[in-house]
Design a protein around this ligand. Structure first.
Ligand code: PGA
Ligand code: ZN
Length: 390
């Protein structure tokens, strides 16, 4: 049963600032002692819900939004009320960070009284990276997905093995010159192709397929995609060809944001050509927004789901439902600045979301450990069946 409502009312709502993984303040909200904490991004999409200053958010929760006390503990009612108070589509008055934390706290309060789902997602783990998260490659994330695993424990462990094998190999070939970035992904002075070659080798051995988050808006200047490490400049049609080549050559399972966030047509061309063998996923393209997904129903076959891109759980669920209805694979995701919040792990189970992108190491393990805990407490846990044959 999906956690939507209870017979309870909200008897307490309290906001305060708390640290995120980049060491910045972010908003924590407690609703009836259940917590929601907003993460934040570095490669944010232009059309995401607006973020306001954390101090301002805390203040709003503890003053103006105290009017939520006494209202029913009901996801839709609370989220609708937040929309009404705000009065804009992108929460520019209250801040999407404010509304997300409240909405997630409400979700967790309701979920605590509801049976959790038993179909588990495959973890998509960021093992090597660059772009806005730090590193040399223009591609932001090199991702592993343990397609042969039959349990969440084995799936998580397989990504860990890939990560640690990669670390050992990089330490050796880079003579100790490696690092980690904002998402705990390994970094080294390699170009995109060198990184893909090394990771693919290991992935084959450990039983993973490979994915990429190209986050192409970050190196698109309006005319060309600029690859600084090689000096290569690709026109949009050349970028399309390049991405298709990579999908074929490396048997990629998943590619996110191969093109800039405005290029619905280019996405469509890639999906038409390779959408049967690879998930083509929109993050900055769709920003978890039903209106943008409707604009691009033929543009991709997967969509990143980030509650704080949209500003509420109700709106997030609408996007998940629209995606599923249109045979899209929803991929629920962390942000580069994360917190100890585990709401996305619970959402993955409650809405049978087939893939969760939640990192491999550092504080991101709270999401993975939460899945392990649910697995161990579930009577009949099973792994999902994603749209693509694993
Ligand atoms: P962000 O990046 O959280 O820094 O926006 C994550 C992603 O692009 O998937
Ligand atoms: Zn992305």
């Amino acid at each position: 049963m999906n956690p939507i409502k209870t017979d309870d009312t909200i008897n307490k709502i309290h906001g305060y600032k708390i640290l995120d993984s980049r060491g910045n303040w972010t908003l924590a909200v407690e609703v009836n002692n259940y917590i929601g904490i907003t993460p934040s991004g570095a490669s944010t999409g232009t059309y995401e819900a607006k973020t306001i200053d954390t101090e301002k958010s805390v203040n709003l929760v503890n003053t103006k939004l105290q009017k939520l006390v006494g209202m029913p503990l009901n996801q839709k009612i609370i989220d609708n009320e937040l929309e009404t108070i705000d009065g804009t589509d992108n929460f520019s008055n209250l801040g999407g960070n404010t509304t997300t934390a409240i909405s997630m706290a409400v979700y967790n309060a309701i979920a605590s009284k509801t049976q959790v789902g038993n179909i588990f997602p495959y973890p998509l783990g960021n093992v090597f990276g660059g772009g806005a998260h730090g590193g040399y490659t223009e591609f932001q994330e090199f991702l592993a997905i343990p397609t042969k695993s039959k349990t969440i424990i084995n799936a998580i462990e397989t990504n860990e093995i890939l990560y640690h094998t990669l670390k050992t190999k990089l330490l050796k070939i880079q003579k100790g010159n490696i690092g980690i970035n904002d998402e705990g992904a390994l970094t080294a002075k390699l170009n995109n192709i060198q990184a893909l070659d090394i990771i693919t080798d290991i992935a084959d051995d450990v039983g993973c397929r490979i994915g990429l988050d190209i986050a192409a808006s970050e190196f698109f200047d309006g005319k060309t995609y600029n690859y600084k490490t090689s000096g290569k400049k690709l026109k949009p049609e050349e970028q399309i060809e390049f991405v298709i080549e990579l999908i074929k050559k490396y048997n990629l399972y998943y590619v996110e944001d191969p093109l800039n966030e405005l290029d619905f047509e280019g996405f469509k061309e890639i999906t038409k050509k390779v959408g049967k063998q690879c998930l083509i996923s929109g993050d900055d393209l769709f920003v978890t927004n039903t209106k943008r997904l409707e604009m691009g129903l033929k543009s991709a076959n997967a969509i990143i789901i980030k509650p704080n891109q949209r500003g509420s759980i109700t709106r997030t669920i609408e996007t998940i439902n629209l995606a599923k209805k249109n045979n899209y694979t929803p991929v629920i995701s962390h942000r580069s600045a994360e917190t100890t919040d585990t709401t996305i792990a619970r959402l993955a189970l409650d809405y049978s979301i087939p893939i969760i992108k939640a990192g491999v190491v550092d504080m991101r393990i709270v999401k993975l450990n939460s899945l392990i805990q649910y697995w161990n407490n579930s009577e009949k846990p099973k792994m999902t069946k994603p749209n693509l044959k694993l």
